[in-house]
Design a protein around this ligand. Structure first.
Ligand code: MN
Length: 213
């Protein structure tokens, strides 16, 4: 599964695939236009794999689509309730704001980080603090979202645990997010789990390079 697009000046892409031999993946990438150039991204990993995992992830995806304007902690509680009679899922939410902040909140094992090109190469600007738990089964008491500032060009990466941890080596920020996510999936997906990676970045203000010729 490969999808990509633009919402305003935010470029995004998702690449994923089911555990080899399975027909459906329990991992979902959700991209929701929340208005005003703001985009809500979510990566969901239904517990285990197969149809039951996909059902849990689909419930959460639907609740996010229907309530996209709510704050992240409210969205997490709504996902929890919607998945109460499912296996549950790991859920990471990231709200990408046009004023160049990312606000994020994660429960369970979905890894999120922001990468930037520094003077000595690719650097990790921030990593989300994950809270242990399973949304739909055991939600942590304290749902505290983090806010980080990002500059145009910085890359937000979110991946399920079917992608090898710290698989950021060799990422070329000059490539499109569609190419970056396809590369990560091809090189770093584990053959023991569903796998999904989502990438997004702010492309900065529209460029005007002089009069058209
Ligand atoms: Mn998984």
């Amino acid at each position: 599964m490969h999808e990509d697009g633009f919402i305003g000046r935010i470029e995004w892409a998702v690449a994923g695939r089911a555990l080899p031999g399975q027909r459906v993946s329990g991992d979902r990438g959700v991209v929701l236009d929340t208005g005003g150039g703001t985009v809500l991204f979510a990566v969901l990993d239904g517990l285990g794999h197969g149809a039951a995992a996909a059902d849990a992830a689909d419930r959460a995806a639907q609740v996010l689509a229907e309530n996209r304007a709510e704050p992240l902690d409210v969205l997490m509680v709504l996902c929890h309730r919607a998945m109460a009679d499912t296996r549950g899922a790991a859920v990471s939410l990231a709200l990408f704001d046009p004023s160049d902040t990312v606000r994020w909140l994660g429960v369970g094992n979905v890894e999120s980080q922001v990468l930037a090109m520094g003077p000595v190469g690719l650097t990790v600007r921030a990593t989300v603090l994950l809270t242990a738990g399973i949304v739909g089964y055991r939600l942590p008491q304290n749902l505290q979202s983090q806010t980080i500032h990002v500059r145009p060009g910085d890359l937000l990466l979110m991946s399920t645990d079917g992608i090898v941890s710290d698989s950021t080596d060799g990422i070329d920020l000059s490539k499109s997010t569609a190419e970056i996510t396809a590369d990560i999936l091809a090189k770093h997906a584990k053959d023991t789990d569903d796998a999904l990676v989502l990438a997004a970045r702010h492309r900065g203000p529209a460029q005007h390079n002089g009069p058209a010729t």
